[in-house]
Structure formats: C-alpha cells, structure tokens
Design a protein around this ligand. Structure first.
Ligand SMILES: Cc1ncc(COP(=O)(O)O)c(C=O)c1O
Length: 357
C-alpha cells in the first residue's frame, strides 16, 4: 500500500479523479478535444474569478515561472523573496539574463504591501515576482493588498507563483490586478503532477507581444500559447489525461462550492496550527500563516528524521524542511482533497509517534 500523502505536493488524489484520467485519449485536433479544453478553461476562469485569459501547459509550474519572466519583462524585474521557491524565481530570472533586483525578507516573514510599495516607489521596474504561498516556510503573503499597491504603478505587471495556494484560498485575479497567477496541479488542485496553468491578463499578453521571440523562446511564448487557446487547442500535444482529470475535478469543485472549499482549507489550517502551537511552534510570522500547509518550527527539538520515518512506516508521508530549512522544520499539508477527518487522523498518529520517540 502506498503511503497517504500529507506532503505539500504531490498531494492526495481521490480515486474518482484518477479514474477520470485513465480514459481512452481523443485526438487533440478534434471537436471532442476542443470541447474538453474549452470546458476546463472556462471552469478555471471561474475558480480564479477572471474574465481574461487562462493558458494550460504540459509542464510543471517551473516552466511557467521561467515563461513569466521571459514574456513579461523588457526593463527590470523586482523579485520578492521570502523562502526557497521565491528564491528559485529570482534565480530563474537571473539565469534568463534579465535585469533584476532581489528583495529578500527573513524566511518565515511575509512580504507586506508596504514593502512592495517602498521598492516600487524607488525603482524603475516593469515586473514584480511574488510567491503567494511560500511552501518552504508556510507563509501566505497578503496578495490582495499587494495587488492594490501594484495597481498604482501602471507599467508594472504582477506575476504570482500561486503553486501551493491556488484552490486552497481565493485568488481574485481581475479584482486584485494580478497579471499572471500560475500553478501546477499537484497541490490544492489535487491531481497527479505533470501539468500547469496560469491566468494571463490582457495587458500581460500585450507586453508579451512586444518581447522578441529570441527572449521568449518557442514552447512558452504566451502569444503562441494564447493563439492556440483561442481555438480551444494547445500549440503542441497536451497531457490529455490531465485535462480529463481537471474536467472531473472542476465538476467536483462545483458541487462543493468554491467558498466552501476555501472555508474547508481555513478550518483544516486552524486545526493543525492549534495542534502544533504548544508542541512545536509555528514557523510562519503570526497573521500570515498559510491555509494550505503548516511549517512547524520544531522548538522542542525532536528528531525529525525519526519522526518522518516512523510516520512513513505507519503509511503517512509528511515533509521535512525545504531548502535552508532542511533539518530544522517539518511540514504538513492540509490542501486539495484532504478533509478534517484526515487531519484528525494524521494528528492523532503524529501524537502517538512523538510520544514514542
Ligand atoms: C511555491 C512553489 N513554487 C514553485 C514550485 C515548483 O513547482 P513544480 O514542481 O510544479 O515546477 C513549487 C513546488 O513545490 C512550489 O511549492
């Protein structure tokens, strides 16, 4: 038996979604396919509260993290860093040869709207990169407030890595002024890994039109991707099983209701934090704790390797610290298709294991 996934990606996938993904494929230039993609894209738009574009990508999210900076900046990027994944975004920006400045806060702290404002008021930037939910620290940045600030700088686009936050907390793309909110599907979308998607604002698409192809490359050129999307197709052969899976998952999300889904995540997060506070401490700055995963500070100094291994032997997979936090923290996901009874279950087992260490 495979261990149940309580790691922050890939996350637990329900059998109904797995079954949907196992359907016989359709040709990707047929009406059957176009109907499928069209349904999936309009469903995603509803989930992201946007009337602008959504692009689907047969890649992991990192492909879109690279695509974002290549398509959206021809001046200077402001990379905001608060943990390992936002740091990776800054590294990608550098590797792509773009001009950039990196603004890093202590890991565990949030990026605040005031901080973003102070940076934008001084520099000549055309793109901000921000992580919504920093998976390495369990911090959820105040996206709506940051969006409001970035709106005041008309040349600046806001690109958001929403990988581990999307579908676990609301992201109101149009209202909050987000130009790109990207995610892969193995987190709160609760599908197996291998597929990614992003919202794309009209002005982001316009920006991409101004960027030379030599900077954008071919596979991730937003103009090409968007053009294919207008026909409800993709430029290249997509992962059709993922589209089947998303189609099923969107039906299920509709039944649960978006607001209920987000409330479920909040309730699970509160339960896990309550449990963890006295025992280990919470790594994230108070007031900015994530709704989709908790990073425990391990204040009591228990043996984290033994903890993970004992959990594994009981068929529960939990996650150690990531990046610079390896060996110092551990993490528990409460996202996607996990429910309160799963949390009660895993926390009970964790208690048992901690007692035995
Ligand atoms: C916040 C964040 N950004 C980016 C990534 C990279 O996503 P992918 O592995 O789908 O490329 C992850 C993966 O854990 C993540 O948590």
């Amino acid at each position: 038996m495979k261990p149940k996934l309580f790691i922050p990606g890939p996350t637990h996938v329900d059998q109904e979604v797995l079954d949907a993904m196992a359907q016989y494929p359709v040709g990707h230039r047929t009406d059957d396919y176009r109907e499928l993609q069209s349904k999936v894209v309009s469903g995603i738009k509803e989930c992201l509260y946007t009337n602008q574009s959504v692009l689907v990508s047969t890649s992991s999210a990192t492909g879109l993290m690279e695509a974002g900076v290549r398509n959206l900046s021809n001046r200077r990027v402001a990379n905001f860093v608060c943990g390992a994944f936002s740091k990776k975004q800054a590294a990608i920006t550098k590797i792509c040869g773009l001009d950039q400045d990196v603004f890093e806060v202590e890991w565990g702290q949030a990026i605040t709207a005031d901080y973003v404002d102070s940076v934008l008021s001084k520099g000549d930037y055309d793109l901000v990169t921000l992580v919504f939910n920093e998976t390495s620290t369990g911090v959820m940045n105040p996206l709506q407030e940051i969006g409001e600030v970035v709106k005041r700088y008309p040349d600046v686009l806001l690109m958001v890595d929403a990988v581990s936050g999307m579908m676990g907390a609301p992201i109101k793309v149009d209202e909050w002024g987000i130009d790109m909110a990207l995610a892969s599907v193995q987190k709160a979308w609760a599908l197996p890994p291998g597929f990614a998607l992003t919202s794309l604002s009209d002005r982001a698409l316009e920006r991409s039109r101004l960027i030379p192809e030599s900077q954008k490359g071919f596979y991730f050129d937003f103009v090409r991707m968007h053009k294919a999307g207008e026909k409800s197709e993709t430029m290249v052969t997509p992962s059709i099983p993922h589209l089947y899976g998303l189609s099923k998952q969107l039906d299920r999300i509709k039944v649960e209701g978006l607001e209920n889904r987000f409330a479920r995540h909040r309730e699970m997060a509160e339960r896990v934090r309550q449990w963890g506070k006295g025992r280990f401490g919470i790594f994230a700055q108070a007031g900015y704790e994530s709704d989709t995963l908790t990073c425990f500070a391990n204040e009591s100094g228990i043996d984290l390797i033994a903890l993970a291994s004992e959990m594994r032997s009981r068929n529960y997979l939990i996650s150690g610290g990531y990046g610079d936090l390896k060996g110092k923290t551990f993490r528990l996901a409460h996202m996607g298709d996990l429910h309160m009874d799963d949390m009660d279950d895993v926390l009970g087992i964790l208690d048992e294991v901690v007692e035995s260490l």
